[in-house]
Design a protein around this ligand. Structure first.
Ligand code: ZN
Length: 326
């Protein structure tokens, strides 16, 4: 098993191989499910396998043929990955026009032509409309792979023309052995996995010591604001350093856990089991309604941060000011 063959993808892989064997592989596949499950890895694995000149019995690419070598070098002429030109921006209509032109050419190697769009929810309206025409008139052996953790953001007209392939968090007995084999000793794989909401690849990124240290620092920081020992403006500056979207994800998950701890002395699960007593202490100081309001605000901040150019750092300042003002 190589790095692209993730054990929790087995069912989806088999399902696609069956469809392929039966000649029922759709022209457009929409890969959906939470972030951190490897949907993009799956899409690339499928793309390479369909282009490979001698796939193995399980339908995977051989990794050695001319087509595989071009694919791995990122220069396969029948493969076109499309993503926003800059992170956080949209996929523009010009990019989709180029893609449609690519799909209309005869494949250079006589097999499939594969286009991969990710994150597909970043298609702007015009780009989505332009893509619709292609979805309505599929051209020969073309496969469009659309990858998104937020399918609801795609126009219904696009969604309805795709075959859906959904991914969900694997059970811990599949995820934990995989994760344990990839992290340093001394780290608790179960805590990392819980913190990542069960998504193994997200858990693996948290296993990076720097990230984990940063999370602890932000928790200290939040507590100091709450206790009136740190100015919210200074605190917000600190939060805005580094990956603000990730920092806001922590904030959301702490709010969720505080609500769980407020509602039940022993909640069945927590996103941050290692911070249990600290989060319980925070939750005890606040009314349930306030906790729900905070969760709403934290989710809104995170959404604004990842989908718009709004200055979330300023809004975060107001959020922390509110925390300090209790
Ligand atoms: Zn090959």
């Amino acid at each position: 098993m190589n790095d692209t063959q993730l054990p929790w993808h087995d069912a989806q892989w088999r399902q696609l191989q069956q469809r392929r064997t039966a000649g029922r592989l759709a022209h457009a596949l929409l890969l959906t499910g939470p972030a951190g499950l490897g949907k993009l890895t799956f899409a690339r694995r499928l793309g390479q396998a369909l282009l490979c000149e001698s796939p193995d019995t399980g339908g995977d690419a051989c990794g050695r043929c001319r087509s595989c070598r071009l694919f791995q070098a990122g220069t396969h002429p029948d493969y076109s990955p499309v993503q926003p030109a800059e992170e956080g921006k949209v996929i523009k209509i010009d990019q989709i026009r180029d893609l449609c032109a690519f799909l209309s050419y005869t494949p250079q190697y006589g097999g499939y032509k594969i286009a991969l769009l990710q994150p597909a929810d970043r298609l702007n309206v015009n780009a989505a409309n332009s893509l619709l025409k292609t979805l309505e008139e599929p051209l020969g052996d073309c496969l469009l792979l659309l990858v998104t953790a937020q399918p609801a953001r795609l126009p219904a007209t696009v969604r309805s023309r795709c075959q859906i392939l959904s991914f969900s968090s694997p059970s811990p007995d599949i995820a934990l052995p995989w994760l344990k084999a990839r992290i340093a000793g001394g780290l608790d794989a179960a805590v990392l996995l819980e913190t990542a909401g069960g998504a193994p690849l997200a858990a693996l990124t948290y296993a990076d010591g720097e990230r984990w240290r940063r999370r602890k620092e932000l928790a200290d920081n939040y507590e100091q604001v709450m206790a009136g020992r740190l100015d919210p403006i200074r605190a917000a500056e600190h939060w805005a350093r580094g990956d603000l979207a990730e920092n806001l994800r922590w904030l959301v998950s702490w709010q969720i856990d505080q609500i769980r701890l407020k509602m039940s002395p022993q909640p069945p699960r927590l996103n941050n089991p290692d911070l249990r007593s600290r989060l319980r202490g925070w939750a005890e100081r606040q009314a349930p309604r306030l906790l729900f309001e905070r969760l709403d605000t934290a989710i809104r901040l995170h959404t604004l941060c990842v989908t718009t150019q709004v200055r979330t750092d300023i809004l975060l300042e107001a959020f922390l000011g509110d925390v300090a003002g209790e």
